[in-house]
Design a protein around this ligand. Structure first.
Ligand code: C2E
Ligand code: MG
Ligand code: MG
Ligand code: MG
Length: 274
């Protein structure tokens, strides 16, 4: 969708645009109904230590449990939710579900929740987060809010909100790190606790590992945690470990799973540790 926008973010007329607008409205209505009918679910993907693969937390990832089409990933509906503003309600729901679930995990485990630029622009966002923490009983330091570089151009109450979140004691993470244009300067203007190396930069033994290497060194220099995401093979995990990554997430370790399966994975791991 963004590709269809001209300079300044305005949509230039293109044949078929009305059709796409209608399609978007149809999708938005379906998503709104899905939320009312409680068809959204939060999955959790383990974040693990490198080396070792011990679970230290999880990222909350929303899914749509569609009655006829099965489980639908966020790639199919997050864009529409953002364009129509539905993301604010959807995001609040994910935040509340994820914190409620994480409050039942062992104390040392953290949960990460993705927050869109649109949510961060809304005045009062820290109060929404504070309420989720209070109602769930989850301590603030166990919640990490994942933001992408798009928040840098967020406008509205973005800057106050980021400060408000820091004041609450919530951790901030820069997601998809390395894919944006102002990644480096953002580390200075928007202090975070963690950066997540985008999966396109995870070394696999063929292409250069220069970016993955630079990012982990930069993380060290800025004293922020580095997490590698999208780790799919043992070879990638080994390469990242050699570069100094201490945390990872990816199909090699575990796929996103239901809250119940995540609890099972935790129980299995605890049993194995004894
Ligand atoms: P993300 O935050 O970068 O999340 C990581 C995505 O990579 C997830 O896709 C996850 O399933 C996928 N992934 C994890 N490990 C691997 C791997 O080893 N290989 C590959 N190929 N993929 C892996 P998912 O769940 O489809 O989510 C896509 C994006 O949708 C997320 O990217 C995030 O930007 C957005 N999203 C998901 N849930 C929410 C939400 O509750 N709110 C908002 N605003 N955005 C969300
Ligand atoms: Mg994320
Ligand atoms: Mg990411
Ligand atoms: Mg991503």
């Amino acid at each position: 969708e963004a590709k269809e926008r001209g300079e300044g973010g305005h949509q230039r007329y293109r044949p078929g645009m009305e059709a796409r607008g209608a399609e978007r409205n149809r999708k938005a209505a379906a998503l709104r109904a899905a939320m009312q009918q409680e068809q959204l679910v939060v999955f959790f993907q383990p974040v693990v230590t490198l080396p070792g693969g011990r679970i230290i937390g999880a990222e909350a990832l929303v899914r749509w449990q569609h009655p006829t089409e099965g489980l639908i990933g966020p790639g199919a509906f997050i864009d529409v939710a953002e364009q129509t503003g539905l993301i604010v309600e959807l995001g609040t729901w994910v935040l509340r579900s994820a914190t409620r679930e994480a409050a039942t995990w062992p104390d040392e485990l953290k949960v990460s929740v993705n927050v869109s630029a649109r949510q961060l622009r809304e005045a009062g966002f820290p109060a929404v987060v504070a309420a989720a923490l209070r109602d769930s009983g989850l301590p603030a330091h166990r919640l990490t809010v994942e933001i992408t570089e798009s928040v840098a151009v967020g406008g509205g109450a973005t800057a106050e909100n980021l400060q408000g979140l820091r004041d609450l004691g919530v951790r901030l993470s820069l997601d998809d790190f390395g894919t944006g244009a102002s990644t480096l300067s953002l580390l200075v203007t928007c202090p975070v606790n963690q950066i997540k190396l985008d999966r396109s930069f995870v070394p696999d033994g063929d292409a250069s590992d220069a970016i993955a290497d630079a990012v982990v060194q930069m993380a060290r220099a800025f004293e922020v945690e580095a997490v590698a995401e999208g780790v799919e093979t043992a070879e990638q995990a080994a390469l990242l470990t050699r570069l100094g990554y201490e945390r990872a997430q990816g199909f090699h370790f575990a796929r996103p799973m239901s809250a119940a399966l995540f609890q099972e994975a935790l129980a299995t791991e605890l049993a194995a540790r004894r």
